[in-house]
Design a protein around this ligand. Structure first.
Ligand SMILES: [Zn+2]
Ligand SMILES: [Zn+2]
Length: 304
């Protein structure tokens, strides 16, 4: 009977009956510049100047609660708050990650590294895993090279399509993603656990520019954390072709034929302050989730 119940829970409700120790934890869901956005006058930004605790720049942690250890994806400008959030909600003590993986050299994805330097935490040999161009960028430009020279961080080079073992059971594989590569190449990450496989793509130019088909990925993976910078092209008063992203409206169309179960794998992340999906109470958030898709929110756990 107990065995039957376990199978029932795992198959039909998708909730582990016993606590699973490895999971992805959502630490932030905004575009690089965060929420509120500098100089913005729209109501949602203004409201959030006084309650800055729900929205952090896009980042995820992979946690093994048995080991009491985690790895981090991205070092965001909100990292001080994000590591404090992990302390308060997961470990009950301040712990540094075993390693930090970074996707690319745009401000929301790596500048939090500065808080590990001499003026701030002064960490010792904190492992930062990056692709070769990003590695070179950090080693040859101030202030990042000071972190390297003082051994606050220790850079380890990774390569696309190679797999790296973390936290005993988790395999991390960087994959190449088309994006504005001013300072570095851009990576997405495949995160493979004992039972489930996730894809983390916070920034990509357009799905059509990629050699992979999004609809096929939705079949292959259990979780897809996808770039949702803009819902549609009317959101900003700028030439959107200078800052290309797949519009969420386009992504929804591409994935329209998926089954309900497959749509549930999708978690939209990396939302610009202009994207109403950031506000859980907006009509647009409701319409996206009513279609069966998920929107990444701080504190969500995706079991691996
Ligand atoms: Zn970004
Ligand atoms: Zn705003």
């Amino acid at each position: 009977m107990i065995r039957f119940l376990k199978i029932f829970f795992i198959l039909f409700i998708n909730i582990p009956i016993y606590a699973q120790s490895e999971y992805i934890y959502i630490l932030g869901n905004t575009q690089d510049a965060g929420m509120p956005h500098i100089g913005c006058k729209h109501k949602f930004c203004l409201d959030n100047f006084t309650k800055y605790e729900e929205f952090y720049v896009t980042s995820i942690a992979v946690i093994n609660s048995d080991l009491n250890k985690y790895i981090l994806f991205e070092a965001t400008p909100d990292i001080t708050y994000q590591l404090n959030h992990i302390k308060n909600n997961i470990f009950q003590e301040f712990l540094l990650p075993e390693a930090i993986y970074i996707t690319h050299g745009h401000i929301g994805h790596y500048t939090g590294l500065m808080y590990f330097g001499r003026e701030a935490l002064g960490s010792k040999n904190l492992l930062v895993k990056v692709l070769p161009k990003m590695s070179n960028f950090l080693k040859t430009n101030g202030p990042w090279n000071q972190l390297v020279n003082l051994n606050n961080i220790q850079i380890q080079n990774t390569d696309f399509d190679e797999s790296y073992l973390e936290l005993n059971n988790i395999h991390i594989t960087p994959i190449k993603v088309p994006h504005r590569d001013e300072y570095s190449e851009t990576a997405g990450y495949i995160i493979t656990g004992k039972n489930k496989k996730a894809l983390f793509i916070p920034d990509i130019d357009k799905w059509e520019k990629w050699d992979k088909k999004l609809i096929d990925l939705a079949k292959d993976f259990d979780y897809l954390l996808l770039d949702a910078t803009f819902y549609d092209s009317k959101e900003i008063n700028r030439d959107i072709s200078e800052i290309p992203h797949p519009l969420v409206s386009e992504t929804l169309n591409l994935l329209d034929s998926l089954s309900d179960e497959e749509k549930r794998k999708v978690y939209f992340i990396h939302m610009n302050h202009t994207n109403p999906m950031l506000d859980p109470d907006s009509d647009l958030s409701k319409s996206v989730t009513n279609k069966g898709f998920n929107i990444a929110r701080l504190g969500q756990k995706l079991y691996l």
